[in-house]
Design a binder for this molecule. Structure first.
Ligand SMILES: Nc1ncnc2c1ncn2[C@@H]1O[C@H](COP(=O)(O)OP(=O)(O)OP(=O)(O)O)[C@@H](O)[C@H]1O
Length: 963
């Protein structure tokens, strides 16, 4: 039995109408506000949030506070501090969870800051869902249910099996083209009943990584996913081969946390870094999905969490998210971020469908029945007709053999009698025996006389009739003539036997050939061609980048800038689409390769033989030079392809055409050259070219050659497509590079602007800014916030953060800088997630980057700033800062303590602003000349280079500080 999510092979999914209707549905988002906990109460924390009705939660500012941020949020349901988990389950997630009983995948998430109540809520929800599942099973006796469970946690970006924790293994994620992301070797147990299931769930919970932090004594340090796979089949209806199968995921995420609040260091700090990194990816995925799935690349692959949950985020599942909040005013920023996340999540649309699979066991049963039924009602098909004819012929041969033996015995008898001439004379005049025996007219072999159609039969009948006629006429003549006739008869019989055997052989080969059919390959090729055609449509016409000499003309600067920015946007999505298409083609090719008969060894042989072929031959067979788009229509022609328009490739016109020069051949010559095509058989057999079929008439076709030719053609196709895809991939890479060049051009234009041109007053300002200044302001805020959060999770230099933060304050011309910074940080985040704690190998002089190296660099920078503190500020100024930033005046290492508080909370705008001011002051950024946009020259590094990011921008400030 196979489960669709993740992973039912498409071939097993029921596609019958009504079998798997998909429905679009938004993620169900609920919010749960817990009561103040003891810690918060003893710290005299205030309640900052209130649920004013069943759908709305509002911020309650203190009397002197001025609120600039949104303060009211609406969701599918909100639950106040007095609510029970049962309410959250019944009104918030029950419907989603129980869909799994009907074959719809479902996922329930808990998301929120550390200690906000995720685990508390998820435990209750899981318990209640299990109770309801078994209640449903009891109430549905007509169905047979099977429940399996697996549990995993993602700890420090490693996947661990919670039902097999002894192994201590980090499980690998595998990408299956059909099944999606799979967790390798994850143990799956079958639950015998509800008690057994509950005990397995508690095993998972007990194995999960938990640690103490300043905010939670039992803080979950990993993301936990418990997956139930529920399968059900109708018991009685023996004709029903389909079952419902769905997975139900209970996901208890680790909580986002600020190091400053959890006071974490060492192991906890590292855990926190990983938690924040993966939650950041989850946020990005949700943000991108919330603006529509067509919003370009969704970075599922940037974290293991989003990879594993890909289906639940915008895919084939119903999803409910419970966002948990602390009501305390000390956590207002974190709570607000959770609510922003929840608001985004509300906009994400999933596409759930009923997963019906066909169980192998039931399918076999069903097929056996079908076979029996067909046997009973046996209708003759072409194959059995041939078998029947062969049997008939065999019978006839047998009859002939008997007659021959009879004739032989009579000849012997005659011979014997010839030795007694007198006896013979008497016998001949009296006995009609010989005459009778040799006169086997139609009566003894009715089938032989003209009853069967076809060449073989006709020939044989003619021969038989002649023979019989002669025999009858001469039966009473001299013994010598009789002997001669018998010999002739024997010879003809032999011939007949041989011909029958040959016919049998041909028929068998033909049947084998039909069975082999190569239909899969033909279908795949058809699909490929369609995909490649799509790709051609998607591929943007690359535009040459020319930095005109007339850039100095102010008008053209703006027009150029506008055009290039628009183009950058359009190219971004085109490239993503193209990349996606290429992936599809690559998959199809792999599938096609797999479908080729005895693929591995044949391909190897074909490769070797291809290498040995000369250059011009290669050109002829692979006519896919990147410039040659016209030829793309031809390259899939093969005898197995339905696209070869009833195999025109073999028509007489083509078969007789001599290869022309290389160039023209590359345009005109079909993939299978005249030499390879089976135009003339070696034994000179005729080829039926009238209907354009490559098959010779049955009796003379060279089947072996045909099969070989099929394989060769299919292999050539695959090679051609591969080459073509490789070329397209190269082009995508070039396009990326070109895009980066364009960014350079835009910057150059901006530099010109800085040199005196007033873009803001120009009428030709890019439309996006001019038309919607408000939307740019919103985008700017969002992007900057995202950048600030990414700086934090990627441990970016705080001097860099300061520079960037102070320089780019929302001017429309900042857009490109923000976009580039975001791109870099996203790459860096992905890189850190991939590399984890591993220390990458040094390559030449290049510095390497990992979480630990970044943390080290950040520490050095803070030490440097701590030293600058005494140099730049007086004692009084320093002490004022210590008081404001709550650094004990008597404590040791006050400077370091103070510096360690800077840039520590990306969600606290005050912390960010003040940190930037202080760092700018310490390193003298505000002094004239030290802070200008021109210092942010873009230094493009392709992500594929996997070079360390370090600054990303070529940054003169690092020179300034001699860092
Ligand atoms: N709704 C609630 N009512 C009463 N107590 C609650 C509620 N929610 C949480 N708590 C209590 O708050 C504490 C923290 O809860 P919990 O461990 O579930 O938080 P968490 O979000 O899972 O934290 P972390 O991310 O650190 O694992 C626990 O002691 C729990 O019992």
């Amino acid at each position: 039995m196979t489960v669709r999510n993740p992973g039912t092979p498409v071939s097993k999914i029921d596609r019958t109408p009504g079998g798997s209707k998909s429905r679009e549905e938004k993620i169900v988002v609920t919010v749960r506000l817990r009561p103040l906990n003891k810690r918060e109460q003893s710290a005299k924390d205030q309640v900052a949030w209130e649920c004013i009705d069943q759908h709305t939660i509002v911020y309650k500012p203190s009397s002197h506070e001025r609120v600039s941020q949104p303060s009211s949020f609406t969701f599918d349901k909100v639950f106040g501090p007095a609510s029970y988990t049962e309410n959250v389950y019944e009104d918030g997630v029950k419907n989603v969870a129980l869909s799994a009983l009907m074959g719809i995948n479902a996922t329930i998430f808990a998301y929120g800051q550390t200690s906000s109540g995720k685990t508390y809520t998820m435990r209750g929800i899981t318990e209640k869902a299990v109770y309801d599942i078994y209640k449903h099973i009891v109430n549905t006796p007509e169905r047979d249910f099977r429940i399996k469970i697996s549990g995993l946690e993602i700890y420090n970006e490693n996947v661990r099996d919670l039902l097999n924790s002894d192994s201590g293994r980090n499980l690998k994620l595998l990408d299956d083209p059909e099944k999606g992301t799979m967790v390798e070797k994850l143990v799956e147990e079958t639950a015998n009943d509800d008690q057994h299931l509950k005990s397995l769930i508690s095993i998972c919970e007990a194995q999960r990584q938990v640690g103490e932090t300043a905010l939670n004594d039992t803080s979950s340090r990993s993301h936990q996913i418990i997956r139930l796979t529920i399968e059900s089949t109708l018991r009685e209806n023996s004709d029903c081969v389909r079952s419902y199968v769905a997975s139900l995921n209970f996901v208890d995420l680790a909580g986002s946390e600020r190091a400053s609040q959890t006071n974490s260091d060492g192991v906890r700090l590292r855990e926190g870094c990983h938690i924040n990194l993966s939650l950041m990816t989850l946020t990005t995925v949700i943000r991108k999905l919330s603006v529509g799935k067509r919003s370009g690349h969704i970075p599922y692959r940037d974290s293991k969490l989003t990879r594993i949950l890909q289906h639940s985020l915008g895919g084939n599942a119903r999803t409910a998210i419970i966002c948990t909040l602390s009501p305390a005013s000390s956590h207002v920023e974190q709570s607000r971020n959770t609510l922003f996340f929840a608001t985004r999540a509300k906009e994400v649309t999933n596409n759930a469908q009923v997963n019906m699979v066909i169980s192998d066991k039931q399918l076999i049963k069903h097929l056996q029945k079908e076979v029996a039924r067909l046997e009973a009602a046996r209708t003759p098909d072409p194959l059995s007709e041939k078998d029947y004819k062969i049997q008939q012929m065999e019978k006839e041969i047998e009859e002939l053999r008997i007659q021959r033996d009879l004739a032989q015995s009579q000849v012997d008898e005659l011979r014997r009698k010839l030795q007694e001439p007198q006896v013979l004379q008497t016998t001949e005049s009296r006995s009609p025996i010989v005459k009778k025996c040799l006169s086997f007219s139609g009566g003894s072999s009715p089938n032989l006389i003209g009853k069967e159609p076809g060449h073989l039969e006709k020939t044989r009948n003619t021969m038989t009739r002649n023979t019989m006629g002669n025999t009858m006429r001469q039966s009473s003549t001299a013994p010598f003539t009789l002997m001669h006739e018998i010999k002739k008869l024997e010879h003809l019989q032999e011939q007949l036997g041989e011909e029958a055997n040959r016919a049998l052989e041909v028929l068998q080969k033909e049947v084998a050939c039909h069975r082999q059919g190569n239909q899969d390959a033909a279908e795949t090729i058809a699909k490929l061609q369609a995909e490649i055609r799509d790709m051609c449509a998607v591929r943007p016409a690359p535009k040459e980048v020319e930095v005109e000499s007339g850039v100095s003309v102010n008008k053209s600067i703006s027009a150029n800038l506008k055009e290039e920015i628009t183009r950058l946007h359009s190219q971004g999505s085109n490239i993503a689409e193209l990349e996606e298409q290429l992936e599809n083609v690559q998959k199809s090719i792999d599938k096609l390769v797999m479908s080729l008969p005895s693929n591995a060894d044949q391909e190897c042989n074909a490769e070797t033989s291809l290498k040995s072929k000369n250059h011009s031959k290669k050109k002829k067979l692979l006519p896919l030079a990147s410039s040659n788009t016209a030829n793309r229509q031809n390259f899939i022609k093969s005898p197995c392809s339905p696209l070869s328009s009833t195999r025109q490739v073999f028509d007489s016109e083509t078969e007789n055409r001599a290869p022309e020069c290389d160039d023209s051949c590359s345009n005109e010559t079909p993939l299978v050259s005249g030499k390879d095509a089976p135009l003339k058989s070696e034994d000179g057999g005729d080829v039926s070219s009238k209907e354009g079929t490559p098959y010779r008439r049955t009796s003379s076709v060279n089947m072996k050659k045909m099969q070989k030719m099929f394989q060769n053609a299919a292999e050539e196709n695959v090679r051609s497509i591969r080459q073509y895809v490789t070329e397209l991939k190269e082009r995508v890479a070039k396009l990326q590079y070109q895009k980066q060049l364009l960014v350079c051009q835009v910057l150059e234009l901006e530099a010109n602007e800085a040199a005196g041109y007033d873009l803001e007053n120009d009428e030709n300002m890019p439309e996006i800014h001019e038309e919607s200044p408000i939307s740019w302001t919103v985008t700017f805020r969002e992007q900057r916030q995202q950048i600030i959060e990414l700086w934090d999770v990627c441990f970016v230099s705080i001097i860099h953060r300061t520079q960037f933060y102070l320089l780019f304050k929302g001017d429309p011309s900042d857009q490109i800088y923000l976009e580039v910074e975001l791109r870099r940080l996203n790459w860096l985040q992905q890189h850190l997630a991939e590399i984890g704690n591993a220390t990458p190998a040094h390559t030449g002089d290049e510095p390497t980057i990992s979480i630990s190296s970044s943390l080290k660099a950040l520490r050095r920078e803070r030490e440097f700033l701590a030293k600058r503190l005494s140099a730049r500020l007086s004692m009084e100024e320093r002490e004022a800062l210590y008081i404001k930033w709550e650094v004990p005046l008597e404590g040791k290492q006050r400077r370091m303590q103070f510096i360690n508080k800077l840039w520590t909370d990306p969600h606290d705008s005050k912390n960010v602003q003040e940190s930037a001011d202080i760092v700018a002051n310490l390193v003298g950024l505000r002094q004239s000349g030290n802070l200008s946009k021109e210092m942010f020259e873009l230094n493009f590094v392709l992500p594929s280079d996997k070079r360390p990011w370090i600054m990303g921008w070529s940054n003169p400030i690092s020179n300034l500080l001699h860092l």
